[in-house]
Design a protein around this ligand. Sequence first.
Ligand SMILES: Cc1cc2nc3c(=O)[nH]c(=O)nc-3n(C[C@H](O)[C@H](O)[C@H](O)COP(=O)(O)O)c2cc1C
Length: 224
Amino acid sequence: MTQSISKEAIRTAYDRRVAVRVYNEETISKEDMEFILDTAWLSPSSVGLEGWRFVVLDRKHIEELRDSLKPVAWGAGPQLDTASHFVLLLAAKNARYDSQIIKDSLLRRGITDEDVPARLGLYKDFQERDQKVADDPRALFDWTAKQTYIAMGNMMTTAAMIGIDSCPIEGFTYDAVNDILADAGIIDSDKEGIASMISFGYRLKDPKHPRSRKPRQEVITWLD
Ligand SMILES: Cc1cc2nc3c(=O)[nH]c(=O)nc-3n(C[C@H](O)[C@H](O)[C@H](O)COP(=O)(O)O)c2cc1C
């Protein structure tokens, strides 16, 4: 396969990406935001469920929600004041093996009507025996929510590759944020809840401290 992007370019993006909380006044173009969002849309999900939605807030929407979000989103203060865009990562609720959302995902992926029952049987085992999530709404939500973190990583890396900064955010009171988003007509609380947010923009300045990571050999193990 022809290599269209160099390892150096990828590594440079990883080295440049840090959690940026304060942004300058520049606004990210719609085209660049759409490019970033494509990588959320194209992200893989368990059993191909795509039990997620990605809601984009531009400066106008951030301003509308700022006063209500700030008191309950302690991890998003400066980002709410300065970011060009926010993306809200929403996860589906109650994606049990016998739910409509699971059946829809099978049909979408071309599984024929007659093959659906066998497939649902596999998912029943997966959720009841293997993952032990089937009868616990919280565990089911966590199953879809954790998949949204794949899209989160992809969006942040893509952003870094095109020179855009970001900050992942889960420092907020989940119930309160869900209520705010439901009141604003952004989410349907019966079907979905917030998993996390990401702020995007252009850094006001470089971080004061060098990036800190554990020694590589502590977290990466090659077996002999
Ligand atoms: C899932 C997740 C949630 C985070 N939540 C917040 C947050 O609410 N507010 C914040 O300022 N930073 C948040 N961060 C940023 C982390 O503090 C930051 O990524 C970490 O300290 C590593 O630093 P680096 O991203 O600059 O490499 C979050 C990071 C992750 C991955």
